[in-house]
Design a protein around this ligand. Structure first.
Ligand code: 13P
Ligand code: SF4
Length: 304
């Protein structure tokens, strides 16, 4: 504990010296969440990076999130305490794969989840997050065909909500597919009064058993506003720490203890300190890709 306090003191001092801000995703380790200047979902963090006066941003999340921050604010120094924190789902499609898919559907409008590399975003017509995916697809009324990559389960969820056929990709989140229908059934048996909230990256059989399928930011909002006192949470378990902190008096149970994203857990306080000391590892998206990728994010931000 003494070591931990010393580490936190050093981080806070160096953060001031470097005029840095620490942004932390909802799935990060509790001790990393505790040193956050701002905690949120992937898009909230990128927006925060763009809004802050700080020149240096320590981004505690996965690689595509830091890239999105770099796309939105190229004048800032975006640093990741562990550059190997990637998102396996984002790595399931390359720009080359998407170009081939587009060649096969030349009239299709291309929607891509924010969980993609900057190179893939540069190939999109419009980006989306799990918060606005349904609204984004609903806005494409005149599109002949719609491609939706890379998450096949989010695509299935959006297709059911919008009534549109989507051309999807065989991508998925290895962490969310660990949550099984029997996990929900077991937890509901143990906590019969709890509301069941899951992420739309879960498999359809799990979503079918839930009261709501929500993005991480919407989960936080829902938990605050709901009159319910207990919740079964079907997403990466790191969010339970935040939900519990924000809602004392309410109880949160993970749907499955196995839904851990190992990449999110790579970032530690020691690595945050190292990042501030060495000003490493910088994530910067090359200008040509950045400009094209930004168009797909800007188009998303215009959709209400
Ligand atoms: P958010 O966009 O809600 O932060 O989620 C990102 C993610 O990786 C979900 O698994
Ligand atoms: Fe990617 Fe899944 Fe981890 Fe989110 S939880 S960062 S989608 S692997």
């Amino acid at each position: 504990m003494k070591n931990m306090n010393q580490l936190i003191e050093k981080i806070n001092k160096l953060k001031k010296d470097r005029k840095a801000i620490i942004l932390v995703h909802n799935y990060q380790l509790p001790e990393v969440q505790d040193i956050a200047d701002f905690r949120g979902d992937s898009l909230e963090l990128s927006r925060m990076a763009a809004e802050t006066d700080a020149k240096v941003v320590i981004f505690c999340g996965v690689h595509f999130m830091a890239e999105t921050a770099s796309i939105l604010c190229p004048d800032k120094i975006i640093l990741m305490p562990d550059i190997l924190s990637g998102c396996p789902m984002a790595n399931m499609i390359t720009a080359e794969d998407l170009r081939e898919l587009k060649d096969r559907h030349r009239n299709a409008t291309v929607v891509g989840y924010v969980n993609t590399s900057a190179e893939v975003k540069a190939e999109l017509d419009v980006c989306c997050t799990s918060t606005n995916a349904v609204a984004v697809v609903n806005s494409l009324k005149s599109a002949e065909e719609v491609i939706f990559v890379p998450d096949k389960y989010l695509a299935d969820f959006v297709s059911k909500k919008t009534g549109r056929r989507l051309i999807s990709w065989d991508g998925y989140c290895p962490t969310h597919v660990k949550i099984l229908p029997e996990d929900i059934v077991r937890q509901v048996r143990l906590h019969p009064n709890a509301k069941v909230i899951v992420h739309p990256e879960c498999i359809p059989e799990v979503i079918d058993l839930a009261d709501e399928a929500l993005s991480t930011s919407r989960m936080c909002k829902y938990a605050k506003e709901s009159a319910a006192k207990e919740f079964i949470i079907g997403t990466e378990i790191g969010i339970i720490y935040r939900l519990q902190q924000d809602n004392t008096g309410k109880k949160f149970y993970p749907a499955s203890e196995l839904s851990i994203c190992p990449n999110m857990k790579r970032i530690t306080l020691k690595k945050v300190l190292w990042s501030l000391e060495e000003l490493k590892e910088e994530v910067r998206v090359p200008d040509d890709i950045r400009k094209r990728a930004k168009k797909s994010i800007d188009r998303m931000l215009e959709i209400k």
